[in-house]
Design a protein around this ligand. Structure first.
Ligand SMILES: Nc1nc(=O)c2c([nH]1)NC[C@@H]1CN(c3ccc(C(=O)N[C@@H](CCC(=O)O)C(=O)O)cc3)C=[N+]21
Length: 287
């Protein structure tokens, strides 16, 4: 029986970090050290892990990382005021607002207060709209990581059928736009999709971005398909598991991204790349 090739994100992430560090050093030499501010208003452990990992990777790459640690009981107005202040601060090049947010605060709404040029995680609806229109904008790092990983491993996109499971504004929707821009035929499925497995099992490439451990099983995957697992679900033993039931999918898929070690590391690396680009005043449309 064949078994899925693991599509590691570690080597690609390292290459992106090295390139970002190199460009950060040039900016520092020119008196413009890149600075990222992470705004967080949650006690969620997986978000806290991500914030620490961003800070560590940024520091290593010569990027200054500030954390604006707001209380989980912050009001939407207080979060918005913080984002407006950072947007007006010439010393800050990149801003990311962590999810989850306190009850009553919506990312789509608050992110409008992130200056477009500093929106390094593509959260401002303006960025998503421009991405959809094929105009320069930062894509959400996770959505871009999906395409970057497929490219890195030489998976052809033009003319292939990609099914994205999940329609969030931070992953599913922007990933669909990035894949469309690469001439894939894209189907977007979600929690109200009828007969999910009938649709996903026709895809050449399945992107699982739901946030539910083990949702994607053998019945969802055509033999020989490539499977990208975006899920980072905490396990009881303090580990991390994806949206894909790797045990059942591995024997039939051609390739599968591991969790951990797949999309996650590339996401963090791309956030640094975006911050360096923001400091160099280059908005990008990822290809
Ligand atoms: N505005 C916003 N954007 C985000 O992108 C965002 C967010 N909020 N809130 C929290 C989640 C979580 N997230 C992860 C990113 C990388 C790893 C990652 O690199 N994980 C490692 C391993 C972690 C481990 O082993 O514990 C890996 O997959 O190899 C995990 C989780 C981004 N998030």
């Amino acid at each position: 029986m064949s078994t899925a090739t693991p599509l590691s994100g570690k080597e690609l992430a390292a290459a992106i970090r090295t390139s970002a560090a190199d460009r950060a050093a040039h900016l520092t030499a020119a008196g413009r050290t890149p600075k990222l501010t992470v705004v967080t208003a949650t006690d969620d452990p997986s978000s806290a892990w991500y914030v620490r990992s961003i800070a560590k990777a940024a520091t290593k790459a010569g990027i200054v990382c500030d954390i604006a640690d707001l209380r989980p009981d912050s009001t939407p107005d207080a979060i918005r005021a913080t984002l407006e202040k950072l947007s007006a601060d010439d010393g800050v090049h990149g801003i990311i607002l962590q999810t989850p947010l306190p009850a009553g605060a919506a990312l789509e709404d608050l992110a409008s207060a992130i200056a477009f040029a500093k929106d390094v995680d593509g959260a401002n609806p303006l960025s998503l709209g421009r991405l959809a229109a094929g105009l320069p904008a930062f894509a959400p790092a996770t959505a871009q990581a999906v395409v970057a990983l497929l490219d890195h491993h030489g998976v052809e996109l033009a003319g292939r059928h990609v099914t994205v499971i999940g329609r969030s504004n931070v992953v599913g929707k922007p990933a669909a736009h990035l894949l469309l821009a690469r001439n894939a035929t894209v189907t977007v499925c979600h929690s109200r999709t009828a007969d999910l497995s009938a649709i996903t099992s026709r895809a050449d490439i399945v992107v699982a971005a739901v946030g539910r451990a083990g949702l994607v099983t053998a019945e969802h995957v055509r033999p020989g398909a490539v499977v990208i697992d975006v899920g980072t679900n905490p396990t009881e033993d303090g580990g991390l598991t994806g949206d894909v039931d790797a045990a059942s999918v591995t024997p039939l898929a051609a390739a599968l991204t591991p969790v951990p070690g797949g999309v996650g590391p590339v996401t963090t690396a791309l956030l640094l790349d975006h911050t360096v680009r923001a400091a160099s005043e280059e908005a990008t449309t990822p290809s």
